[in-house]
Design a protein around this ligand. Structure first.
Ligand code: PLP
Length: 401
C-alpha cells in the first residue's frame, strides 16, 4: 500500500464506500495539526474551535504530549492489566491528588467510563443499599452510545431503534430539583447521574442551587452522586473539574475526551468506600489504562496543574464571550450565549449546521449541537488573536445569511 497523501475527494470516496455510515461527515479530511490550526488534505488551513470535540485541549500535536507518547512508545506499547502499569498508577495518583477521588478505573472512552460508573453503582447498591439498582439521569443528557449509557441518555432521537434498552434507568427534567426528588424510589434508586454542563444537549449549565440540592438529596437518601465530566473535565470550564464551580463533590466522576491528550483514554473515579465495591474480576478492559495513553494523560495533567492553562481558559473564555455578545447585538438570530470557560454555546433561532458549514468554508471549524446551538470547545491554549480571527469569520458568515 502506498503511503502518499490523498486529496479530500479521494479520502471521502473511500469513506463513502468502505466505512460504516454512522457519521454525517464534513467533506474534508484533516491531515495535520499544530496548536489551534489544522490543515486538510488539499492544503487548506483552518482554525480549529472544535478540537476533536473537546479532546485536543493542549492544541494539536502539543510537544509535551508528543514527547511523552514517543518516549513511552519506544519503551513499551501495551501490557495486560494482569500486571502493574507505571504510567497508569501515576496518572491515577495525579487524578486522585487533584480531585475528591481515592481510586481510578481506566478504560478507553466516555461511554465506557459511564458503563463503569453504572456497574459500580449497581455493585454498591447490591452490597450496601439492599439491592437498589436504579439510576436517575436527566432529559436532554448525553452519556454515550453503549446500550446502558443509551438507557441513561435522555434524548429520544439517540435512543431510537435500540429497544429493548437495559432496565433500571429513568430521566427527569434537568435543573429541576423537585422533579429529581419526586423520582427517587426508596426501594430502587441507587444513584443520580448528571452532567455539570449538558454539552451535547446544547451547552446548558446546571445552576448552583440544583447542584447543591442534588448533593443534599443524595446525602439524605443514601444515594450516590455521579458526575459525568467526560466533556467538562480536564480544565475545559476553567477549573480542573466542572464540579469545582458549584461547591459540591460527587461520589463518582467519569472522564474521557481531553484526558488522553488525543489518545483514547477514559476514567471512572470514586471515593474509597464506593470504589471498594469493585474487587478483582468485577470489571475490566484490555486496553484500559494503556501505558502510552496514560503517558499522554500524565503530560495533560502536568500542563493543567503546573502551567497557566486554567487561567488562560478563564481569560480567553471571557474574551470570547465578550466578542460573541457584541455579535449578538448586531445579529438578532443569536438568542443566547452560555457556557463556562472554553465550553461555549451560541443558541440561534435558525438552523446551526448551515452556519457551521459556512464557517468551515471560511476556515473555521466548530459544530452545531441540539439543532440550533453552535458549540465552541477550542484548545485551552487559544490566544486572543485566534479568537479575533474566529469571531471575524463568524461575523462574515452571519452577515451573509
Ligand atoms: C458528557 C458526555 N458523556 C459521555 C460521552 C461519550 O463519550 P465517548 O464518545 O468517548 O464514548 C460524551 C461524548 O460526547 C459526553 O459529552
Amino acid at each position: 500500500m502506498k503511503n502518499t497523501q490523498m486529496k479530500n475527494n479521494a479520502v471521502a470516496a473511500l469513506t463513502d464506500k468502505f466505512v460504516a455510515k454512522t457519521y454525517a461527515r464534513t467533506p474534508i479530511a484533516l491531515v495535520k495539526g499544530r496548536g489551534t490550526k489544522v490543515w486538510d488534505a488539499n492544503g487548506k488551513e483552518y482554525l480549529d474551535f472544535l478540537a476533536g470535540i473537546a479532546v485536543n485541549s493542549l492544541g494539536h500535536c502539543n510537544p509535551a504530549i508528543v514527547k511523552a507518547i514517543k518516549q513511552q512508545a519506544q519503551q513499551l506499547l501495551h501490557v495486560s492489566n494482569l500486571y502493574h502499569v507505571q504510567t497508569q498508577s501515576e496518572l491515577a495518583r495525579e487524578l486522585c491528588r487533584h480531585s475528591f477521588a481515592d481510586r481510578a478505573f481506566f478504560c478507553n472512552s466516555g461511554a465506557e467510563a459511564n458503563e463503569a460508573a453504572i456497574k459500580l453503582a449497581r455493585r454498591y447498591g447490591l452490597e450496601k443499599r439492599g439491592g437498589r439498582y436504579e439510576i436517575i439521569s436527566t432529559h436532554n443528557s448525553f452519556h454515550g452510545r453503549t446500550l446502558a449509557t443509551l438507557a441513561a441518555t435522555g434524548q429520544e432521537k439517540i435512543r431510537a431503534g435500540y429497544d429493548p434498552l437495559p432496565a433500571g434507568f429513568r430521566q427527569v427534567a434537568y435543573n429541576d430539583l423537585g422533579a429529581m426528588e419526586a423520582a427517587i424510589d426508596e426501594k430502587k434508586t441507587v444513584a443520580i447521574l448528571v452532567e455539570p454542563i449538558q454539552a451535547e444537549g446544547g451547552v446548558i449549565v446546571a445552576n448552583e442551587i440544583y447542584m447543591l440540592g442534588i448533593r443534599e438529596l443524595c446525602d439524605q437518601r443514601g444515594l450516590l452522586l455521579i458526575f459525568d465530566e467526560v466533556q467538562t473535565g480536564m480544565g475545559r470550564t476553567g477549573k480542573l473539574f466542572g464540579y469545582e464551580h458549584f461547591g459540591v463533590k460527587p461520589d463518582i466522576m467519569t472522564l474521557a475526551k481531553a484526558l488522553g491528550g488525543g489518545l483514547p483514554l477514559g476514567a471512572m473515579l470514586a471515593r474509597e468506600e464506593v470504589a471498594n465495591s469493585f474487587g478483582p474480576g468485577s470489571h475490566a478492559s484490555t486496553f484500559g489504562g494503556n501505558p502510552v495513553s496514560c503517558a499522554a494523560g500524565l503530560a495533560v495533567m502536568n500542563a493543567l496543574v503546573k502551567g497557566g492553562l486554567l487561567k488562560n481558559c478563564v481569560q480567553m473564555g471571557k474574551y470570547f464571550v465578550k466578542g460573541l455578545e457584541a455579535l449578538k447585538k448586531r445579529f438578532p438570530c443569536i438568542r443566547q450565549i452560555r457556557g463556562k470557560g472554553l465550553i461555549i454555546g451560541v443558541e440561534l433561532d435558525i438552523e446551526g449546521s448551515k452556519i457551521a458549514d459556512a464557517c468551515m468554508q471560511e476556515g473555521l471549524l466548530l459544530n452545531c449541537t441540539a439543532a440550533k446551538v453552535l458549540r465552541f470547545v477550542p484548545p485551552l491554549t487559544i490566544t486572543k488573536k485566534e479568537i479575533d480571527r474566529g469571531l471575524a469569520i463568524l461575523e462574515k458568515v452571519l452577515a451573509s445569511q
